[in-house]
Design a protein around this ligand. Structure first.
Ligand code: CTP
Length: 200
């Protein structure tokens, strides 16, 4: 918005880091495109690319995806960004204050269009209502191999928690429901599902 403020959300990045670590433990060379977070990783198989804006995340993903076997889109990317950020800090004293927002690029959908037959693409959906219906339509729209659904209606699931409760929906429409568990365990379930894609 201005040099000291940005539009963010409650996402901690923990799910993405857990998946990166799990893949790296399986021997994968992982490129971890990370938004602003206090999380750290020291795994030798993980190369971290730090970004701030949704546009930077888009560029980093586009640059790297062609050389990867697949992509896992865990980031809670902002869908809108300020059209004209202020170059000086906005001062108090205004009556009301509106900011014009413009849409960001849908990174997962862009990678879905670029995806080749030998690549996979996994997305996430965080929903508050009509969860399975919305997740299935994102799976189609973004050309994903499967989508990981978490609902804000499940206690202990989603932003900030160290636990998550997911369902995995595949292209055939089958829905696998998992119990609430630590994000590192959830990452194992997701990586197992990726390994299963290669068995199909
Ligand atoms: N995603 C993305 N780029 C964006 C927004 C979302 O790559 N600009 C990805 C997320 O990382 C996730 C999937 O798309 O894997 C679904 O994100 P979500 O926020 O649930 O859905 P949106 O497509 O943004 O739709 P909406 O916010 O309208 O529900």
């Amino acid at each position: 918005m201005d040099p000291v403020r940005f539009i963010g959300n409650f996402s901690s990045g923990k799910m993405g880091y857990a998946i990166a670590e799990e893949l790296a433990d399986h021997g994968a060379s992982v490129v971890l495109v990370s938004g602003v977070t206090a999380l750290k990783t020291k795994h030798p198989n993980i190369r971290r690319v730090d970004v701030v804006t949704a546009q930077e995340m888009y560029e980093a993903c586009i640059d790297n995806y062609a050389n990867c076997d697949g992509g896992i889109m865990t980031a809670a990317v902002a869908d809108f960004t300020p059209l004209t950020p202020e170059d000086k800090k906005v001062k108090r004293g205004k009556e009301n204050y509106s900011i014009e927002l413009t849409p960001t690029k849908d990174i997962a959908a862009s990678l879905g269009r670029a995806k080749t037959n030998s690549q996979f693409l996994v997305g996430f959906a965080l929903e508050t209502n009509d969860e399975e219906f919305n997740a299935k339509s994102k799976l189609e729209k973004k050309n994903l191999d499967f989508i990981v659904l978490n609902s804000l209606n499940d206690t202990g699931a989603g932003f900030q928690y160290d636990t998550n409760k997911i369902s995995i929906i595949d292209r055939e429409g089958s829905v696998k429901k998992f119990d609430l568990k630590p994000k590192r365990e959830v990452a194992k379930d997701i990586v197992t599902e990726i390994i299963n894609l290669y068995k199909k």
